[in-house]
Write a protein of this length. Sequence first.
Length: 288
Amino acid sequence: MDQPTHAPVLLGRVLEGLAIKHGGLYIDATLGAGGHSLTVLQTAPRVKILGIDLDPQMLALARQNLAHFSDQVVFVEGNFRHLHSIAVGNGLRQVDGVLFDLGLSSIQLHAAGRGFSFQEEGPLDMRFSPRQEKTAADLVNRLPEKELADLIWEYGQERHSRAIARAILSKRPVKTTTQLAEIVARTLRRRGKIHPATRTFQALRMAVNEELSALQEALPQAVDILASGGRLVVISFHSLEDRIVKIFMRGEPRLEIITRKPIRPSSEEIESNPRSRSAKLRVAQRRG
Protein backbone atom coordinates (compact mmCIF):
# COMPACT_ATOMS: atom_id res chain seq x y z
CA MET A 1 0.00 0.00 0.00
CA ASP A 2 1.32 3.45 -0.89
CA GLN A 3 2.40 5.63 2.00
CA PRO A 4 0.15 8.72 2.33
CA THR A 5 1.97 11.99 1.72
CA HIS A 6 1.85 15.19 3.71
CA ALA A 7 2.25 18.58 2.04
CA PRO A 8 3.97 21.12 4.31
CA VAL A 9 1.74 24.16 4.76
CA LEU A 10 2.76 27.74 3.85
CA LEU A 11 6.20 26.49 2.84
CA GLY A 12 7.41 29.65 1.10
CA ARG A 13 6.17 31.89 3.89
CA VAL A 14 7.89 29.70 6.49
CA LEU A 15 11.21 30.17 4.70
CA GLU A 16 10.65 33.93 4.57
CA GLY A 17 9.67 33.95 8.22
CA LEU A 18 12.74 32.04 9.36
CA ALA A 19 15.01 34.28 7.21
CA ILE A 20 17.26 31.30 6.43
CA LYS A 21 20.97 32.10 6.32
CA HIS A 22 24.09 30.15 5.40
CA GLY A 23 25.40 28.06 8.28
CA GLY A 24 22.35 28.85 10.40
CA LEU A 25 21.15 26.76 13.31
CA TYR A 26 17.44 25.96 13.43
CA ILE A 27 15.03 23.93 15.52
CA ASP A 28 12.06 22.24 13.90
CA ALA A 29 10.05 21.57 17.05
CA THR A 30 7.42 19.59 15.13
CA LEU A 31 9.53 17.73 12.58
CA GLY A 32 6.80 15.42 11.28
CA ALA A 33 7.83 13.88 7.96
CA GLY A 34 10.48 16.59 7.55
CA GLY A 35 8.86 18.62 4.78
CA HIS A 36 9.66 22.07 6.13
CA SER A 37 13.13 21.03 7.26
CA LEU A 38 13.98 19.52 3.89
CA THR A 39 13.29 22.82 2.16
CA VAL A 40 15.31 24.72 4.77
CA LEU A 41 18.26 22.40 4.16
CA GLN A 42 17.94 22.87 0.41
CA THR A 43 17.73 26.66 0.70
CA ALA A 44 21.11 27.48 2.20
CA PRO A 45 24.42 25.59 2.59
CA ARG A 46 25.78 24.32 5.91
CA VAL A 47 22.45 24.75 7.68
CA LYS A 48 22.01 22.53 10.73
CA ILE A 49 18.69 21.45 12.20
CA LEU A 50 17.57 19.93 15.48
CA GLY A 51 14.38 18.08 14.61
CA ILE A 52 12.01 17.12 17.41
CA ASP A 53 8.88 14.98 17.21
CA LEU A 54 6.84 13.12 19.80
CA ASP A 55 5.70 10.50 17.27
CA PRO A 56 8.34 7.78 16.68
CA GLN A 57 6.69 6.74 13.41
CA MET A 58 6.92 10.25 12.01
CA LEU A 59 10.50 10.57 13.22
CA ALA A 60 11.45 7.37 11.38
CA LEU A 61 9.85 8.74 8.21
CA ALA A 62 11.72 12.02 8.60
CA ARG A 63 15.00 10.11 8.86
CA GLN A 64 14.24 8.55 5.48
CA ASN A 65 13.17 11.81 3.86
CA LEU A 66 16.19 13.73 5.16
CA ALA A 67 18.73 10.94 4.64
CA HIS A 68 20.69 13.01 2.11
CA PHE A 69 21.28 15.63 4.82
CA SER A 70 21.76 13.21 7.73
CA ASP A 71 25.04 14.87 8.78
CA GLN A 72 23.20 18.19 9.17
CA VAL A 73 20.23 16.97 11.22
CA VAL A 74 19.93 15.74 14.80
CA PHE A 75 16.74 13.73 15.32
CA VAL A 76 15.16 13.72 18.79
CA GLU A 77 12.08 11.84 19.93
CA GLY A 78 10.54 14.11 22.52
CA ASN A 79 7.89 16.62 23.50
CA PHE A 80 8.53 20.25 22.56
CA ARG A 81 7.28 21.24 26.01
CA HIS A 82 10.86 20.29 27.02
CA LEU A 83 12.38 22.39 24.23
CA HIS A 84 15.07 24.12 26.25
CA SER A 85 16.46 20.99 27.87
CA ILE A 86 16.41 19.13 24.54
CA ALA A 87 18.30 21.95 22.84
CA VAL A 88 20.90 22.35 25.58
CA GLY A 89 21.28 18.56 25.81
CA ASN A 90 22.26 18.61 22.15
CA GLY A 91 24.73 21.46 22.49
CA LEU A 92 22.47 24.28 21.29
CA ARG A 93 22.24 27.35 23.51
CA GLN A 94 21.47 29.91 20.82
CA VAL A 95 19.78 29.28 17.47
CA ASP A 96 18.73 31.38 14.48
CA GLY A 97 15.16 30.14 14.30
CA VAL A 98 12.52 27.94 15.88
CA LEU A 99 9.57 26.56 13.92
CA PHE A 100 6.33 25.12 15.29
CA ASP A 101 3.83 23.56 12.85
CA LEU A 102 0.94 22.60 15.11
CA GLY A 103 -1.08 20.71 12.51
CA LEU A 104 -1.85 17.01 12.41
CA SER A 105 -0.06 15.21 9.59
CA SER A 106 -2.10 13.62 6.81
CA ILE A 107 -0.01 10.52 7.39
CA GLN A 108 -1.14 10.29 11.01
CA LEU A 109 -4.71 11.03 10.03
CA HIS A 110 -4.88 8.18 7.51
CA ALA A 111 -3.29 5.60 9.81
CA ALA A 112 -6.41 3.77 10.98
CA GLY A 113 -4.67 2.20 13.94
CA ARG A 114 -3.84 5.61 15.39
CA GLY A 115 -7.49 6.57 15.88
CA PHE A 116 -7.24 10.19 14.74
CA SER A 117 -9.83 10.02 11.97
CA PHE A 118 -13.57 9.45 12.10
CA GLN A 119 -13.36 8.25 8.49
CA GLU A 120 -11.10 5.29 9.31
CA GLU A 121 -12.22 2.36 11.48
CA GLY A 122 -9.79 2.05 14.36
CA PRO A 123 -9.31 2.11 18.12
CA LEU A 124 -9.94 5.34 20.03
CA ASP A 125 -6.28 6.08 20.63
CA MET A 126 -5.20 9.54 19.35
CA ARG A 127 -1.84 9.54 21.15
CA PHE A 128 1.11 11.14 19.38
CA SER A 129 3.40 8.78 21.28
CA PRO A 130 2.73 5.18 22.32
CA ARG A 131 4.57 6.01 25.56
CA GLN A 132 1.69 8.22 26.68
CA GLU A 133 -0.64 6.47 29.09
CA LYS A 134 -3.92 8.29 28.43
CA THR A 135 -5.91 7.48 25.28
CA ALA A 136 -9.08 8.96 23.82
CA ALA A 137 -10.91 5.79 24.89
CA ASP A 138 -9.94 6.52 28.49
CA LEU A 139 -11.53 9.96 28.29
CA VAL A 140 -14.63 8.84 26.42
CA ASN A 141 -15.37 5.91 28.70
CA ARG A 142 -14.23 7.15 32.11
CA LEU A 143 -14.94 10.84 32.43
CA PRO A 144 -18.14 11.97 34.18
CA GLU A 145 -20.69 13.52 31.85
CA LYS A 146 -20.01 17.12 32.88
CA GLU A 147 -16.23 16.77 32.53
CA LEU A 148 -16.59 15.17 29.12
CA ALA A 149 -18.99 17.91 27.98
CA ASP A 150 -16.65 20.61 29.28
CA LEU A 151 -13.72 19.02 27.44
CA ILE A 152 -15.61 18.89 24.12
CA TRP A 153 -16.70 22.51 24.57
CA GLU A 154 -13.31 23.86 25.69
CA TYR A 155 -11.10 22.20 23.07
CA GLY A 156 -13.60 21.65 20.28
CA GLN A 157 -15.76 24.74 20.77
CA GLU A 158 -18.72 22.47 20.09
CA ARG A 159 -21.88 24.22 21.26
CA HIS A 160 -23.78 20.93 21.52
CA SER A 161 -21.17 19.42 23.82
CA ARG A 162 -23.64 18.52 26.57
CA ALA A 163 -25.91 16.58 24.23
CA ILE A 164 -22.91 14.76 22.76
CA ALA A 165 -21.55 13.84 26.19
CA ARG A 166 -24.98 12.58 27.27
CA ALA A 167 -25.26 10.43 24.13
CA ILE A 168 -21.76 9.02 24.62
CA LEU A 169 -22.51 7.99 28.18
CA SER A 170 -25.66 6.19 27.04
CA LYS A 171 -23.60 4.08 24.60
CA ARG A 172 -20.59 3.23 26.76
CA PRO A 173 -18.29 1.48 26.23
CA VAL A 174 -17.35 3.25 23.01
CA LYS A 175 -14.44 1.38 21.46
CA THR A 176 -13.87 2.57 17.89
CA THR A 177 -13.56 5.79 15.92
CA THR A 178 -16.51 5.01 13.67
CA GLN A 179 -18.70 4.12 16.64
CA LEU A 180 -17.98 7.48 18.24
CA ALA A 181 -18.47 9.34 14.96
CA GLU A 182 -21.86 7.69 14.49
CA ILE A 183 -22.96 8.65 18.01
CA VAL A 184 -22.05 12.28 17.40
CA ALA A 185 -23.61 12.36 13.93
CA ARG A 186 -26.89 10.89 15.21
CA THR A 187 -26.95 13.38 18.06
CA LEU A 188 -26.38 16.47 15.94
CA ARG A 189 -28.08 15.45 12.71
CA ARG A 190 -26.03 18.19 11.10
CA ARG A 191 -25.22 18.34 7.43
CA GLY A 192 -22.55 20.38 5.72
CA LYS A 193 -19.01 20.34 4.37
CA ILE A 194 -17.57 19.59 7.81
CA HIS A 195 -18.39 16.21 9.38
CA PRO A 196 -20.43 16.65 12.59
CA ALA A 197 -17.83 14.71 14.60
CA THR A 198 -14.93 16.97 13.57
CA ARG A 199 -14.99 19.20 16.66
CA THR A 200 -15.41 16.29 19.07
CA PHE A 201 -12.48 14.38 17.59
CA GLN A 202 -10.36 17.54 17.63
CA ALA A 203 -11.19 18.14 21.29
CA LEU A 204 -10.28 14.60 22.32
CA ARG A 205 -6.98 14.69 20.40
CA MET A 206 -5.99 18.00 21.95
CA ALA A 207 -6.87 16.77 25.43
CA VAL A 208 -5.09 13.43 25.05
CA ASN A 209 -1.86 15.11 23.95
CA GLU A 210 -2.20 18.17 26.22
CA GLU A 211 -1.49 20.30 23.18
CA LEU A 212 -2.40 23.73 24.54
CA SER A 213 -0.46 23.45 27.78
CA ALA A 214 2.57 22.10 25.88
CA LEU A 215 2.46 25.11 23.55
CA GLN A 216 2.18 27.55 26.45
CA GLU A 217 5.23 25.97 28.08
CA ALA A 218 7.29 25.81 24.88
CA LEU A 219 6.93 29.36 23.55
CA PRO A 220 8.97 31.15 26.26
CA GLN A 221 11.60 28.40 26.03
CA ALA A 222 11.91 29.08 22.30
CA VAL A 223 12.64 32.75 23.01
CA ASP A 224 15.21 31.75 25.64
CA ILE A 225 17.31 29.95 23.03
CA LEU A 226 16.90 32.39 20.15
CA ALA A 227 19.97 34.40 19.27
CA SER A 228 19.65 38.15 18.70
CA GLY A 229 17.72 38.53 15.45
CA GLY A 230 16.54 34.92 15.61
CA ARG A 231 13.04 34.16 14.37
CA LEU A 232 10.12 32.39 16.02
CA VAL A 233 7.67 31.00 13.43
CA VAL A 234 4.41 29.34 14.45
CA ILE A 235 1.71 27.79 12.26
CA SER A 236 -1.53 27.12 14.10
CA PHE A 237 -4.74 25.51 12.90
CA HIS A 238 -7.07 26.19 15.80
CA SER A 239 -8.34 29.48 17.17
CA LEU A 240 -7.28 28.56 20.72
CA GLU A 241 -3.72 27.85 19.55
CA ASP A 242 -3.56 31.06 17.53
CA ARG A 243 -4.84 33.05 20.50
CA ILE A 244 -2.08 31.63 22.73
CA VAL A 245 0.56 32.52 20.13
CA LYS A 246 -0.82 36.01 19.50
CA ILE A 247 -1.05 36.90 23.19
CA PHE A 248 2.42 35.51 23.87
CA MET A 249 4.11 37.37 21.03
CA ARG A 250 2.41 40.64 21.94
CA GLY A 251 3.25 40.33 25.61
CA GLU A 252 6.85 39.08 25.31
CA PRO A 253 9.19 42.11 25.60
CA ARG A 254 12.11 40.20 24.09
CA LEU A 255 10.22 39.84 20.80
CA GLU A 256 9.50 42.18 17.93
CA ILE A 257 6.43 41.11 15.96
CA ILE A 258 7.09 40.72 12.23
CA THR A 259 3.57 39.73 11.14
CA ARG A 260 1.05 42.25 12.42
CA LYS A 261 -1.70 40.01 11.11
CA PRO A 262 -1.46 36.23 10.66
CA ILE A 263 -0.47 35.00 7.21
CA ARG A 264 -3.07 32.76 5.59
CA PRO A 265 -2.66 30.28 2.72
CA SER A 266 -3.49 31.45 -0.77
CA SER A 267 -6.60 30.23 -2.55
CA GLU A 268 -4.33 28.17 -4.79
CA GLU A 269 -2.75 26.40 -1.81
CA ILE A 270 -6.14 25.74 -0.23
CA GLU A 271 -7.37 24.26 -3.49
CA SER A 272 -4.36 21.94 -3.79
CA ASN A 273 -4.23 21.17 -0.05
CA PRO A 274 -7.68 21.65 1.58
CA ARG A 275 -6.31 20.92 5.07
CA SER A 276 -4.34 24.16 4.88
CA ARG A 277 -7.50 26.28 4.92
CA SER A 278 -7.43 26.99 8.67
CA ALA A 279 -3.67 27.63 8.89
CA LYS A 280 -2.39 30.88 10.40
CA LEU A 281 1.30 31.78 10.47
CA ARG A 282 2.81 34.28 12.88
CA VAL A 283 6.42 35.44 13.02
CA ALA A 284 8.38 37.33 15.66
CA GLN A 285 12.06 38.22 16.02
CA ARG A 286 14.29 38.22 19.08
CA ARG A 287 15.42 41.73 19.92
CA GLY A 288 19.11 42.50 20.14
